[in-house]
Write a protein that binds this ligand. Structure first.
Ligand SMILES: Cc1ncc(COP(=O)(O)O)c(C=O)c1O
Length: 374
């Protein structure tokens, strides 16, 4: 099945009782067991709705098996806790989602897990490997600077050393990037973002081969964090990412040409450091971009002057939203670390929706004019 077809048909459950063509919502948390068959239970990650979503995600991510969880952080923490233990060492990319950074820096030491934070460069990640390294954790494009890491270069070196690779594929989505095809072992998602796409659910996903999923499932049975039937049903819907990505490219080009903007981070722009690598490993450049206004003092006025694009937390919805990572997604990362990574207080992260690109460009332009005058 091609990607578009898999989005619609993979995993879905036809209902033989009514002949309805979409997956029914099975709300039961208790199933009869006397016939001796293994029965579903939500926290065992084996209900019909969970299986339907996992089937679709496996088709999209070229994975053998998967789990759907109640948030992206539930997925990320379950994978890290399942695959790492006391005495192990992990190499963690330093520029990643703030919540993941916080989990590593606040909890690993207490759990006896050693780690090294390394920049998003294959050479630097390899240098950080020790004899005890069991896992390399990467994110590309990154939140919020859209840095691109050469996935193949990392997985080649990790495989040679028998180290498991985990990638957060939230920003690209499987429509734009399929890391397992590039040699990655485990893909995690904040399904709250592009997989959900309508800003109305909180979910996470883990996709991998059968043996790794069994290890993660075993951890999840203790941690809980499974996804409910309603959210599974919502996750099964729609394909919007291509339109969002096309809009993002148009907006990135317009921002890059604007006299009010000093910097634009979007892997689809030839001026982006990772543009060639992104072209080689992504089928689209995604719908996230970040930028800085030439006059950082005008940032707050600019956010207030926007009429269409909403200043809101989260990302990946059909409606365009914007936020300042220093006070939102990366607030838990210390000011010192943010500065070192290049996440300035004036940086704005734009999640592009499916509105008409011209309307979005017009909104940004009028807010920049207004922000300047105000
Ligand atoms: C790249 C990335 N990964 C993971 C997460 C965590 O996802 P959730 O909020 O669904 O737990 C986020 C949330 O913003 C994110 O942007």
């Amino acid at each position: 099945m091609r990607t578009e077809t898999a989005c619609i048909h993979a995993g879905g459950r036809f209902d033989p009782a009514t002949r309805g063509i979409n997956t029914p919502i099975y709300t039961s948390s208790a199933y009869e067991y006397l016939d001796g068959e293994a029965r579903p239970y939500p926290r065992y990650f084996n209900t019909p709705n969970q299986a339907a979503v996992v089937g679709k995600l496996c088709a999209l991510e070229s994975a053998e098996d998967g789990l759907v969880l109640s948030s992206g952080m539930a997925a990320i923490s379950s994978v890290l806790l399942a695959l790492l233990g006391s005495g192990d060492h992990a190499v963690i990319q330093d520029e990643i989602y703030g919540g993941t950074h916080a989990m590593v820096s606040q909890h690993f030491e207490r759990l006896g897990i050693a780690y090294t934070l390394a920049p998003a460069e294959p050479g630097k990640l390899v240098q950080a490997v020790t004899g005890k390294t069991r896992l390399i954790y990467i994110e590309t494009p990154t939140n919020p600077l859209l840095t691109i890491l050469d996935i193949r270069a990392v997985t080649r070196m990790a495989r040679e050393r028998g180290i498991v690779t985990v990638i957060d594929n939230t920003f690209a989505s499987p429509i734009n990037q399929r890391p397992i095809e590039l040699g990655v072992d485990v893909v995690v998602h904040s399904g709250t973002k592009y997989l959900g796409g309508h800003s109305d659910l909180c979910a996470g996903a883990v996709l991998s081969n059968r043996s790794i999923i069994e290890r993660v499932r075993h951890m999840c049975l203790s941690l809980g964090g499974s996804l409910d039937a309603q959210s599974c049903y919502l996750l099964e819907r729609s394909l919007r990412v291509e339109r969002q990505s096309a809009n993002a490219l148009a907006i990135a080009r317009s921002l890059a040409a604007s006299r009010f903007v000093s910097r634009v981070n979007y892997p689809g722009l030839p001026s982006h450091l990772g543009h060639e690598t992104a072209k080689a490993q992504m089928s689209g450049f995604g719908a996230m971009l970040s930028f800085e206004l030439a006059d950082p003092v005008a940032t707050d006025r600019f956010l207030h002057a926007l009429k269409l694009i909403r200043p809101a937390l989260s990302l990946g919805g059909v409606e365009s939203t914007i936020c300042a990572p220093a006070t939102t997604s990366h607030a838990k990362v210390s000011a010192e670390v943010r500065k070192r990574l290049g996440i300035s207080d004036g940086l704005l992260r734009l999640s592009v929706g499916i509105e008409h690109a011209d309307d979005l460009v017009a909104d940004l332009e009028q807010a920049m004019e207004g922000g300047r005058k105000g």
